[in-house]
Write a new protein. Structure first.
Length: 389
């Protein structure tokens, strides 16, 4: 290890010390496992007994939400403004090729697949590529043509990234975050902010309001009710307010922002303790930053994971005492949709106070395995279960 560091740094440093070389040295000293072999940090991750986590895809810039076609896996590349098509050529559950099929997008973090078409979102637009897999199999080079679905979305980038998905009603659901840490005037001027909406014949319908910044929602496999995570506001201390898990029982319900946060935290500026709102069904912890959710409904995992909601907690950026989040958690629910448990599922991204990875979105594959994207380590993991392992 010392020789590797010497060969990498001593010679260039003898001529000129650069910011880049100092940064590289810091990273290697902070995470010495990087010198021991490719993907050695995978060994730092812990999953429950008889589960296994492996690298499914790598060398993808900042992967976020994922979608599955018939042959391909698709992912949106966060702030890089790219959409990837991934292919496992030899069925060994490792991606062999990745191909950029859209680029130069405005913070494109959301992607979903329906009836052969690939949908993806920028901050202010949603696009579709028709018959994407047919195009990919017929064209080995170039970019497919994309069609505009809607540009009727705010362009403010603050909390503007999108998680998109089709609901049981076959309509497209899209969140629009608040353009602020906490504000009211902007929400009154544009009711699309701080909401989750549904596209119906080209028009937006409110599904949930008073939602500060939701990046992740899914429908309960039995009740078909919408569950969504919401990121709590900042600068009220290290331990408050909590990020949230909510459920929609009725369309156009109000969830508190900016007047109330979590279950009972009154906003110091806009607070109104008498304001009626739907409280969360679960508090996830302060500043844990949920950035994706996925219900599990397959027999590959044990029965206890049926109707479990997996949530990626991306991790705090400004919690001073100790970072929080940086885990994938499992929220168990019963057939009526009641939350019955909450536990860590994947840990180890945070070592001490330093994070080498950040889980960004979960996705259940059709074979019952679970994918988890990591937009810091630039990989996608695959989690499987073997009762005899």
């Amino acid at each position: 290890m010392i020789q590797a560091i010497h060969n990498t740094f001593i010679k260039p440093i003898s001529h000129k010390i650069t910011h880049k070389s100092v940064s590289m040295l810091y990273i290697l000293l902070a995470f010495p496992g990087l010198l021991l072999g490719e993907n050695s940090n995978l060994k730092l991750l812990s999953v429950p007994e008889n589960f296994k986590i492996e690298i499914f895809a790598e060398d993808i810039s900042s992967p976020r939400q994922m979608a599955e076609g018939t042959e391909y896996i698709f992912t949106a590349s966060g702030s890089q403004g790219q959409i990837y098509a991934l292919l496992d050529l030899n069925n060994d559950y490792v991606i062999d090729t990745n191909r950029i099929i859209a680029k130069d997008l405005f913070d494109s973090r959301g992607v979903t697949y329906k009836d052969g078409d690939l949908y993806f979102a920028e901050v202010n637009k949603v696009w579709v590529i028709r018959n994407i897999e047919d195009w990919l199999n017929s064209n080995k080079e170039g970019m497919p043509e994309k069609e505009l679905v809607t540009d009727n979305l705010p362009s403010n980038p603050w909390h503007g990234w999108k998680w998109i998905k089709f609901g049981p009603d076959n309509k497209l659901y899209v969140p629009v975050g608040a353009p602020c840490n906490a504000c009211l005037e902007e929400l009154e001027e544009d009711s699309r902010f701080a909401s989750i909406m549904r596209l119906n014949d080209g028009n937006w319908e409110h599904v949930a309001r008073g939602v500060r910044n939701s990046i992740g929602f899914d429908w309960h496999p039995v009740t078909q009710e919408l569950y969504f995570a919401d990121n709590g506001r900042d600068w009220l201390g290290d331990d408050s307010p909590s990020c949230e898990l909510n459920v929609v029982k009725e369309d156009d319900s109000f969830y508190g922002f900016p007047f109330m946060h979590a279950t009972d935290v009154v906003d110091p500026k806009y607070g109104d303790a008498n304001k009626e709102f739907i409280p969360p069904v679960l508090e996830l912890g302060a500043h844990v930053a949920p950035t994706g959710v996925a219900f599990y409904a397959h027999d590959h995992f044990p029965d206890e994971y049926q109707n479990t909601l997996f949530i990626t907690l991306h991790g705090s950026w400004n919690r001073m005492s100790h970072p929080s989040g940086y885990t994938v958690v499992a929220v168990s629910t019963d057939k009526q949709g009641n939350v019955t448990g909450y536990k860590d599922f994947i840990t180890g991204f945070l070592q001490g106070k330093k994070a080498w990875g950040r889980p960004s979105a979960p996705f259940m594959l059709s074979d019952g395995s679970l994918l988890v994207s990591d937009d810091k380590y630039d990989v996608i993991y695959r989690v499987t279960y073997n009762p005899e392992s």
